[in-house]
Design a binder for this molecule. Sequence first.
Ligand SMILES: [Zn+2]
Length: 190
Amino acid sequence: MWRTSSSAERAAWHELRARCDRRVESLLRSVELPDPWNIDEFIDGLERHRGRDVDLCAVSWHLGDSTGAWQRNDDHDVIAYPDNTSTMHQDYIILHEIGHMISGHHGQCVLSVQEAQRRAPDLSPTALAHLLHRGDVTTEEHEAETIATLIFARITRRTGRRRSRRRTGAAPDDRTAATLTRLTSAFDQL
Ligand SMILES: [Zn+2]
C-alpha cells in the first residue's frame, strides 16, 4: 500500500478518491450493475453507453502476474486479462481497465510483469510486484485502481445483502470478502 508522508499528499489522495467516486456514480447512472453480477452483461451496457466496442482478450500470463492491459483504438477498446486466475480476479482486472476508459485516460495501461521488466530489467519478479503495487504508479493508475475497487465493493456488498435476505444456505464467499477487505484496506490506510 502507499504511504503518505504529508498532509498535502493526503489531501491529493482525498481529491482523487472523490473524483473517482463521482466517475463511478456517473457511470452507474447510465450502466446498470447486473444482478447477479456478470462482467459480460456489464460490458454490453458499457458498450451501449459509450457507443464503442470493448474486446476482451484472454492471455496466458505467468502465475503471479496479476495485471491486465488496455489499449484504446480509434473505434474500440481492447482489454487483455490473464486467463489463468480466478474469475473474480479477472473481473477486478477488467474493472481496473474500465476505470481508465471512463476517466478519459488516453494512454495505455500495460501493468504486466513483462512490461515492468522492460522498464526496470535489473529487478527480480518479486521486486517488480512490489514496484507495481506500491511505487512507480501514476495518478492514472491510482484512479483506475480506485474505480475498480469502488465498483467491486458495490458488487460484493450487494451480493452479501442478497444472500442474507434469501437465506439460501449458500456457502459464504469468504474468499471474495477477504479479497475485498485487502483491496479496500489498502486505500483506507492512507
Ligand atoms: Zn492501469
